[in-house]
Design a protein around this ligand. Structure first.
Ligand SMILES: NC(=O)c1ccc[n+]([C@@H]2O[C@H](COP(=O)([O-])OP(=O)(O)OC[C@H]3O[C@@H](n4cnc5c(N)ncnc54)[C@H](O)[C@@H]3O)[C@@H](O)[C@H]2O)c1
Length: 350
């Protein structure tokens, strides 16, 4: 099936650029939207690990991009302070900026959620209700990410299909199953254009992880480059699905641009690689042989990881909208060390 994709095409050019996101104006204009076609995108959680990456990427492709956050920090693009629980304010932002696409990233992640269940319940569930109502009211295309954490110990773990038992044991997982089901319900009941991907653990170099169980796979690179030592909070044989951020952001744009008739479902698994801490350490040590690794297990995170998928079956995403990842473990490690290494050299120089 051939899809007309504009945003994801620009995004691919940006992501492939070795200059880290600088594309020429020629490239931009050859595939850019007309004023009327251009989606006006609102990203909630715009300062989080994924919000920073998506907003940087979209700022190359779109003229209007608005981000929402609970706290004010400097970033790219128009930026609005708003609590996801303040539905009146959210409505005003959507209306005043004539938003057409909403990417809802605000959430409390797995480990942070277990430490503050009532806040996680409010942000992840009540916040989602606000977003669903506003998206339905203004006819927005809505993207809400789900996660490997939406599965639990009774789900098949290797591989985990799109449709199977989902009985997660964290407030994070419960809120994400709720989001999947509510989004699909609003789609069938009210015609909401809801699209959802279950992301693996996402690994990125230029933004910090936000308190998830897979954070170790980001931290190892920073520690390896800065100190040569890393203490891992998961057991060495804990296998989890992971993905490099470029693949994650491209998948998000591709599913947002996919023609509605190509989507046989509204919630898809996406997959890239699957590894254990021991396997990641071995790959990093190919580049940094002096890296020393110790293990100090965080029992909360370990219990969560032990209940999650080891591998995702993403065959439906591949078939329906042409999903294919670019990064496997060797490319991921090479890329992370290149970016973090050059960043730390710059920091030292400054
Ligand atoms: N990072 C991953 O590995 C991963 C994997 C699967 C799914 N996801 C999903 O992707 C989304 C983004 O994840 P992330 O890693 O960027 O998370 P993050 O924790 O880095 O960012 C979440 C953002 O939400 C904001 N937020 C929290 N409470 C808010 C409120 N009341 N109002 C407005 N904003 C609020 C936070 O300030 C934060 O910047 C989340 O929904 C997460 O569940 C992430």
């Amino acid at each position: 099936m051939v899809f007309v994709r504009t945003l994801s095409k620009v995004a691919r050019q940006v992501l492939q650029d070795p200059g880290c996101g600088i594309i020429s104006n020629d490239n931009f204009h050859s595939v850019s939207f007309s004023e009327t076609d251009q989606p006006k995108v609102l990203i909630t959680g715009g300062l989080g690990q994924l919000g920073v990456g998506l907003s940087k990427l979209l700022s190359h492709c779109l003229q209007l991009l608005v981000m929402i956050e609970v706290s004010l920090l400097c970033t790219v693009g128009p930026f609005v302070y708003s609590d996801i629980l303040d539905d009146k304010n959210l409505r005003g932002i959507v209306m005043n900026n004539r938003i057409t696409w909403l990417v809802h990233y605000s959430a409390l992640l797995s480990a942070v959620g277990e430490a503050n269940v009532s806040l996680a319940r409010a942000v992840n569930i009540t916040g989602l209700h606000n977003i669903l109502d506003i998206a339905a009211e203004y006819g927005l295309r809505l993207f809400v990410p789900s996660t490997i954490g939406a599965f639990g110990p009774t789900s098949p773990r290797n591989p985990t299909p799109d449709l199977c038992v989902q009985r997660p044991r964290t407030i994070y997982g419960v809120s994400k199953v709720h989001a999947e089901l509510m989004g699909e319900y609003y789609h069938h009941r009210y015609g909401l254009d809801f699209r959802c991907l279950r992301y693996p653990g996402i690994i990125s170099s230029d933004s910090q992880p936000g308190g998830g169980t897979t954070d170790y796979a980001v931290q190892i690179f920073h520690d390896a480059v800065k100190t040569g030592k890393f203490e891992c909070n998961l057991k060495p044989d804990t296998r989890l699905p992971m993905m490099y951020i470029d693949d994650c952001l491209r998948a998000t744009l591709e599913v947002m641009e996919a023609p509605a008739e190509s989507l046989t479902m509204r919630t898809y698994n996406i997959n890239a690689m699957s590894f254990t801490p021991a396997e990641l350490v071995t790959e990093v040590q190919k580049h940094l042989p002096d890296l020393q690794v110790t293990y100090d297990i965080d029992l909360v995170r370990q219990a969560i990881a032990d209940s999650w998928p080891m591998n995702f079956d993403d065959s439906k995403a591949c078939k329906d909208w042409g999903w294919k990842h670019d990064y496997d473990l060797p490319e991921l490690v090479q890329t992370m060390l290149t970016f973090i290494g050059s960043g730390s050299q710059t920091a030292r120089a400054n």
